[in-house]
Design a protein around this ligand. Sequence first.
Ligand code: GRF
Length: 212
Amino acid sequence: MTDRVTRVGVLVSGAGTNLDALLQAAADPGYPARVVVVVSNRPNAPALGIARSHGIPALAMPQSAFGGSSEIRDRAMLDALHEHDVQLVVCAGYDRILSGEVLRSFPDAILNIHPSLLPAFAGGMTAVEDALAYGVKVTGCTVQLLEPGEADGGPIVLQAAVPVEPGDDAATLRRRVHEEEWRILPCAVELWSTGRVRREGRTVRILEPARR
Ligand code: GRF
């Protein structure tokens, strides 16, 4: 590993398939990032087991362990991220809104994956179901930068479209949305880590690779 490898902290709440995709990408010695800590607000999240099976520190930080205060929990989470010298935070299926303190501590350095083409179906945990119920013909997924303000309102880094097929139910559609997430999340982390994510106001420009 060189100094140029980005140290990533991943926040998770559930199954952890996006974490798994990121770990698979990071197993390539040429990948410019590695996961150094995983934090979950849910002690039983399978994602924590995935992290541990890779020998990565995996911390359970439920709000209940911090007097029921999400602010205090987020302060402890921030301390943990700093203790591991995290440079980039990735919300890979994290189901809580981060405190303003966390968001301000990592300006343009928190990536979030959301299972819709934002700004459609923002702000909830049922984006796939909502897209189906609305009857859209195309949905997909979005990697965005998180910042203080509206939930899911941050600048968009990458998106991938997923056609809705006749006969889809939430499970079949979610599976295909997930497959695109597993592709674009590691890609976004790579772009960020190689300095190719340039924020210009609300827009993110993806820079050409540097010439060697
Ligand atoms: C993903 O669909 C992600 O977009 C959403 O939560 C889901 C997490 O899935 N925020 P997993 O835990 O990575 O399998």
